[in-house]
Write a protein that binds this ligand. Structure first.
Ligand code: C2E
Ligand code: CA
Ligand code: CA
Length: 445
């Protein structure tokens, strides 16, 4: 009898131990990422609590694999998972005492490390090793790291990770950089961007986006060749916001089409008004490559010239060299349609992109706009002068008119005239001005 009781007690103890072990395993699973076995977000947050308000300077290193969804689609989820597991392994291998780390989102990992124990080998090691998972393909696995520096670890982990992620935004798409440190301007910019998007509808309805015009001058006789339409946002209090502050945001968010259409309409309307008053003029408007994704650009322009009774030859279209060289589907066909309907297509910022001079003969556009920035930026001035000279010569030989932008000095005008340019746009002649000012200065006759 005693033996039976003893056996029962032993069985009970065994079952109890089994349950405790299971409980532990479950707790481990709850706190750990199933795929990689390292901490998940919740568990990392809990662990990080212990570091709160300490005096050790630390880094929060956040990582992001570029186009991870695409990797899953191209190579299958298994390969994607392999990459994630590899990254977790690399962190485990590199981790020294005191590192806290976890997988906190699909392809996002966080490492929290003392500043004096951090080594960049982890960052470069990841880039090199992750690529090996896809070694039999030419696909480039790009991983980016954003690093947030904290002196006292006194912010919620989520906000530190958000800031580190913002740092990544500053190098995304850049093939040379692999990591970036967060700085306060990044948050300011992000907030500015958010504000720009939030305020868009109201600003558009209130007429805050205004077309400014910058004259294009034929240098030989000082006559007006045309003007470029450049948008500005004029707020109710009179402050002017330049396009660099909102165009990239609107391009990213898709709002650019609405804004561009609005500016194109202002240009067409003005041309119609001038035409009625017997004044023929030319305005060039800017097209963002994103416009081609969202709207029928050709139809929009045809509609505008009909609505305002203007000639298509008066409403010119500027598209950047980079956009033309990119892989926007059917872009060339779209541009051809515009040209067939009588619109003039100008290639903007020529020399700023990566196309070779040779590409000129393949691009079927009507006018070449050369960016002077291209001359200013290059250190070797005499070399870039030779290149500029060749571009102008080549354009002349294939019968393509050239407009040089960003001309600021008489020396530049003289040099360019010697090369064979005759039409200029730049501060030397005039900055972009309001339509009212433009009419006062250039449209009196
Ligand atoms: P962009 O098309 O290359 O326009 C020329 C820019 O150079 C304008 O800047 C103009 O003010 C500036 N500029 C002109 N002459 C000089 C000069 O002598 N020196 C210097 N340093 N700069 C000069 P802005 O108006 O700030 O526009 C910047 C860019 O924003 C434009 O570059 C264009 O890419 C974009 N943008 C402007 N308006 C529109 C628009 O309505 N739609 C779209 N999609 N983009 C626009
Ligand atoms: Ca332009
Ligand atoms: Ca330009």
């Amino acid at each position: 009898m005693l033996r039976v009781i003893l056996i029962c007690i032993l069985i009970l103890i065994f079952i109890q131990q089994l349950m405790i072990m299971r409980g532990r395993k479950k707790r481990h699973q709850v706190g750990h990422d199933e795929l990689t076995g390292i901490c998940n977000w919740e568990h990392l947050v809990q662990k990080a609590e212990a570091l709160r308000r300490s005096d050790k300077p630390r880094y929060v290193v956040y990582s992001n694999i570029a186009e991870f969804k695409l990797i899953n689609e191209l190579f299958g989820r298994e390969k994607g998972n392999e990459i994630l597991k590899k990254q977790a392994d690399l962190i485990r291998e590199q981790a020294e005492e005191g590192w806290l780390y976890g997988r906190v989102g699909e392809d996002h990992f966080v490492v929290i490390v003392d500043q004096d124990k951090f080594h960049k080998g982890y960052l470069y090691g990841c880039r090199k090793e992750l690529q090996k998972v896809l070694s039999d393909s030419v696909y480039n696995v790009r991983i980016y790291f954003g690093i947030y520096k904290t002196e006292h670890f006194d912010e919620p982990l989520e906000s530190m990770c958000d800031k580190a992620a913002l740092a990544i935004d500053s190098i995304k798409g850049n093939t040379q950089e692999i990591f970036a440190y967060y700085d306060e301007t990044m948050l300011e910019n992000a907030l500015k961007w958010k504000r720009a998007v939030d305020e868009f509808d109201e600003a558009l309805a209130a007429g805050e986006f205004q077309m400014y015009l910058q004259p294009q001058i034929c240098a030989e006789n000082g006559t007006l060749h045309g003007a470029e339409a450049l948008v500005r946002r004029i707020k109710a209090d009179g402050t002017m916001i330049p396009p660099v502050e909102f165009i990239p945001v609107y391009e990213k968010s898709g709002l650019i089409c609405q804004m561009d259409r609005y500016i194109w309409e202002q240009a067409a309307q003005k041309l119609g008004e001038w035409k009625k008053a017997g004044k023929e003029m030319r305005i060039s408007v800017n097209i963002s490559p994103k416009d081609f994704y969202y709207i029928d650009v050709h139809e929009t322009f045809k509609h505008l010239v009909e609505k305002y009774g203007i000639e298509p030859q008066c409403l010119n279209i500027e598209i950047t060299e980079t956009a033309i060289m990119s892989d926007i589907p059917n872009l060339r066909t779209e541009l051809e349609k515009l040209q067939k309907s009588g619109f003039t297509v100008e290639i903007d910022d020529f020399g700023n992109g990566y196309s070779s001079l040779n590409a000129l003969k393949d691009i079927d556009v009507d006018v070449l706009k050369i960016d002077m920035g291209f001359l200013r930026k290059t250190e070797n001035k005499s070399k870039s002068r030779i290149i500029l000279n060749s571009v102008v010569k080549m354009a002349r030989e294939i019968g393509m008119p050239v407009i040089t932008e960003g001309v600021e000095t008489i020396e530049q005008v003289n040099m360019l005239m010697k090369m064979g340019c005759d039409t200029f746009q730049g501060y030397y002649f005039s900055k972009p001005i309001s339509v009212g000012e433009f009419e006062k200065q250039y449209m009196k006759e």
